[in-house]
Design a protein around this ligand. Sequence first.
Ligand SMILES: Cc1ncc(COP(=O)(O)O)c(C=O)c1O
Length: 396
Amino acid sequence: MTAATTDLFTFGEEALLDLTATRTSPFFAYDLGVARERYRQLRAALPERVRLAYAVKSNPGLPLLETFSAEGAWFDCASAGEVSTVLAAGGTGSGMVVAGPAKSERDLQAALFAGARIQVDGIEDVARLHTLHTGERPLRVNVRVNPASGVSEGAAIISGGGPSAFGVDEEVVEEFVREATRFDPVQICGLQVFSASNELDAGRLLANHRTTLRIGQRLQELLGRELDLIDLGGGLGVRYAVEQPTLDVRALGAGLGRVLEENPWFTGELLLEPGRWLSAPTGVYCARVVRTKVSRGERFVMLEGGINHLLRPLMTGQSFPTLALRPGVGVLDGGTATTTLAGPLCTSLDRLGHGDLPVDLQPGDVVVFGRAGAYAFTQAMTHFLSHPAPEQVWMG
Ligand SMILES: Cc1ncc(COP(=O)(O)O)c(C=O)c1O
């Protein structure tokens, strides 16, 4: 394996052979040392006035949260469940933001009880918080704004400019501010904008962040109150193939420094809330080959795990990087062919994307999916067809 391949698959060949020899397929394996190193690398690249919150939804595994918490990370939560896992991992409400387009009363109560900064998605959230908040002291919240333009991932998980279930449309912010003033002591003191997903170009992210600051300046003028927190969202991308570029986080950090200088009206803190960039490189998913076949010219490899363990390729049309391993032997690097990866579920939906895999793949060989530390284990349809859940192995 080359260094670039090891980067995609978290572990080197020996460690992968050890894992497949000692664990029951299918399983996820994570390296917490990689998580620590990713956090430190990003933290070191950012100006001090930029806070760093880990987006829990990308991988809410307790050992991972404990690792980030020990590094001093903030957390971005999107449910009462995530709030309680973060608190169990040693996180605190003062280092937590809570978002969601349809927060239940339980979600709001959990966020209030923790003392987290809540991102309101509309005037309804403000009104409900006004009812739930006890006491006279101000309850400082952020408003999520759906910008009129932004960058997006190809498969459009998040996009800017179109209709959205999230936030207040930029066009109606003035009306929102007028209504929100009726709900004192709930006070809009910050902004959240999320407008990119898996972006590998620091320049495009910075262009988005400049738009966010422009929206922030207008919001501050409308409110007549200084914003103390502008949340720039996540969207920092990772490569899923060796030929893709790597996001230049030092350029992103330097650019954010310039963005702060260009906006002297803003004296608060910026917040980045990446999920994938921090967690994707920490883990792999490994599943044994049950059988192979060619059907009408298409080559299939059927694995012990499917969309009950790994759903992202089906949802986005984007495959995880794959390699094939023969237990006790090593990585297979013979001639390859384009292969459709299918799982054990009795539905033609059960596809794990495509890979260039060795033509001599046999039952018992293992397919390793790289970058499976994010949007994998908890994003899958675990209960569909009642197969066992995969084990999660935490190393480092
Ligand atoms: C509000 C919010 N913050 C952060 C993230 C993390 O995004 P990413 O993993 O692309 O960095 C998401 C992802 O959906 C999100 O909705």
